[in-house]
Design a binder for this molecule. Structure first.
Ligand SMILES: *Cc1c(COP(=O)(O)O)cnc(C)c1O
Length: 216
């Protein structure tokens, strides 16, 4: 399946090209084919690629990998959207760093729906319990939710997680303090299961392997 086929199938605005561990030249190549949104996992690598590709002025960088609090100061204002906000403490740190820099940062709340030890993310109860506090952080704009379901062979096994994320968004969106938090984005689905994710309402699917081939 080529990039153009996938784009024709699901629409350009839903594709986040995950370029971690791929060389900048491959990003440039996909950009030249029309892709604008790129997602990176590692802060250092992402910032290096931003440097290398700074001539591509309308490229949109997303951070999707686990973010340590002590790196928050390096990322605020540098990414269009941070998908991987996985604790209240991290959100608080990001908001403080935004204040220092005089910027506002768009974020997603990462939810670990299967409560897997190996994955980061809020569990559902904690998101609900922390929600008002998250919404009050002055320098963040919460644009939606992100999840990374358990690895399985078939897309259908992950469907319930995608449904659950959509329902959680609906529930949160109907709660009070949301006037400045659009909650429009559902970042879910990867190369393995993006079609199921789209059926369940994903607004962004994070595609690595299917666009770039295997990583190094
Ligand atoms: C690597 C990664 C992806 C992309 O996975 P593929 O299977 O290569 O499509 C998506 N989301 C996150 C959080 C990732 O780390």
């Amino acid at each position: 399946m080529s990039f153009q086929d996938i784009r024709a199938e699901i629409g350009a605005d839903k594709i986040l090209a995950v370029s971690k561990l791929q060389p900048a030249a491959k990003i440039r190549d996909l950009y030249q084919q029309g892709q604008r949104r790129f997602g990176e996992n590692y802060v250092q690598e992402a910032l290096e690629k931003q440097e290398l590709l700074q001539d591509l002025s309308d490229i949109e960088w997303h951070l999707i990998g686990h973010l340590q609090k002590n790196k928050a100061k390096h990322v605020v204002g540098k990414f269009h959207l941070i998908h991987s906000v996985d604790s209240l403490e991290l959100a608080q740190t990001l908001s403080r760093q935004c204040e220092n820099k005089g910027v506002r940062q768009r974020i997603l709340i990462q939810v670990n729906l299967a409560n897997e030890e190996s994955k980061s993310g809020f569990d559902k109860q904690t998101v609900l319990a922390s929600w008002d506090e998250l919404c009050r952080l002055p320098h963040l704009s919460i644009e939606g939710l992100m999840t990374m379901p358990p690895l399985t062979e078939s897309g259908d096994e992950v469907r319930p997680y995608f449904q659950e994320l959509r329902e959680l968004r609906e529930k949160l969106a109907s709660s009070t303090e949301l006037t400045r938090h659009p909650l429009k984005t559902l970042s879910m689905g990867t190369s393995n299961d993006f079609r199921v994710a789209i059926q369940e309402g994903a607004t962004l699917v994070r595609l690595g392997t299917v666009l770039f081939g295997a990583r190094n």
